[in-house]
Design a protein around this ligand. Structure first.
Ligand code: SAH
Ligand code: SF4
Length: 368
């Protein structure tokens, strides 16, 4: 992004904010709808080309505002159709965006922060520490760019049909910008995705789960990863502040705000840590009879981690046990392994590479 000093970036402004912006210019609120349609549906970013706005308004917009998009620094295509982009986020760091095509849908996994402060012990992003929140423009820019770069679907719809906040960062720790971006994802004037097709994944910032239910009530995924507080305190440190019973109460309240709504519980399987049948039974004890689905995630190892992936057989038995006891349980397929595309655990490696490249450059400069 190359913001122009003195100009307001209108990318990422949700409908209400945009209506207020136009009111400030003495324009009718429906100008917001027109602008949103140009930017998100037609992907036109030059005000001059927005022909249903008056010439005077177009000129005024060009003088005071802009649509400033983040530019990816690289794109990697996997043999299985998965695509990953890296967006530079300053200080030699990058965030990742991953597109996962599946029959009938195209899911985009987006980032919400550069790094993450929550320090889950099995997560490469956590190991990197927290750098900063992404702006709403940087969040929606990932979706805008994917739809621009990928061919439209046969139906004529844009490539991205589903969005999951499962890239880098904790979305509920960047609440305001994530909600602004989500409003654009679901607004009929922008992308118009159904709330079910937008998923916010959280490690359990309970007060913001409560707020989210009132503010935009999209699909919720919760990174549970352990069936008791002792183990979860170790794996997901935010559990010390918001233990499992408090977290689950917030989840059931969230689900109750919408009919037919399930909460998805993510559970990364770590060899000999949380993957025994006793753990599966404890998990059943927490979730049986509740509006819950379990998504088992094979652990993605990264350099210097103390954990290992559970064997395929262990994962199969764990899933079978949950199902036998009445839970809906699926196992996430690993995709894009050849391009390091697994959601939510790449950034460390990526930034390491960028840092290495930068320090090599510095060394070359220093020794020149
Ligand atoms: N911060 C949010 C969303 C980003 S992480 C959250 O924690 O929910 C998306 C998912 O990837 C989370 O369930 C996270 O726990 C999981 N994850 C993190 N590191 C992983 C790893 N090394 N292998 C597999 N899944 C991982
Ligand atoms: Fe942050 Fe999610 Fe990684 Fe935990 S799993 S450190 S909350 S990104």
């Amino acid at each position: 992004m190359q913001a122009t000093p003195g100009k307001q970036n209108l990318l990422g402004s949700p409908p209400d904010e945009l209506a207020a912006f136009f009111a400030g210019l003495g324009e009718k609120p429906f100008r917001a709808r027109q602008l949103l349609q140009w930017v998100y549906q037609r992907r036109v970013t030059e005000f001059e080309a927005m022909t249903d706005l008056s010439k005077r308004l177009r000129r005024e917009l060009a003088e005071t505002a802009e649509i400033d998009l983040p530019e990816p620094v690289s794109r990697h295509d996997s043999g299985d159709g998965t695509v990953k982009w890296l967006f530079a986020s300053g200080s030699g760091q990058a965030v990742e965006t991953v597109f996962i095509p599946e029959p009938g849908r195209g899911t985009l996994c987006i980032s919400s922060q550069v790094g993450c402060a929550l320090d889950c012990s099995f997560c490469a992003t956590g190991a990197q520490g927290f750098n900063r929140n992404l702006t709403a423009a940087e969040i929606v820019g990932q979706v805008w760019h994917a739809n621009q770069a990928l061919p439209a679907r046969r139906s004529g719809e844009p490539a991205v049909t589903n969005v999951v906040f499962m890239g880098m960062g904790e979305p509920l720790a960047n609440y305001r910008n994530v909600v602004a971006a989500t409003e654009l994802l679901i607004s009929d004037w922008a992308w118009g995705l159904s709330r079910r097709r937008v998923t916010i994944s959280t490690s359990g910032i309970v007060p913001n789960i409560d707020r989210l239910g009132d503010d935009c009530n999209v699909s919720l995924a919760v990174s549970l990863h352990a069936p008791n507080d002792g183990l979860r305190n170790e794996l997901v440190p935010i559990n010390r502040r918001h233990p499992i019973d408090e977290l689950l109460a917030a989840c059931w309240a969230y689900a109750a705000k919408h009919a037919n709504r399930f909460v998805t519980f993510e559970y990364v399987l770590l060899k000999n840590v949380n993957d025994t049948l006793a753990h599966a039974d404890e998990l059943v004890g927490l979730l049986a009879g509740k509006p819950a689905k379990v998504n088992l995630i094979p652990f993605n190892p990264f350099p210097n981690t103390r954990y290992e992936r559970s064997s395929a057989e262990t994962i199969r038995l764990f899933q079978a046990r949950l199902r036998a006891r009445g839970l809906v349980a699926t196992t996430r397929r690993t995709r894009g392994d050849d391009i390091d595309a697994a959601c939510g655990q790449l950034a460390g490696r990526v930034s390491d590479r960028i840092r290495v490249r930068l320090s090599e450059k510095r060394l070359r400069v220093a020794s020149a």
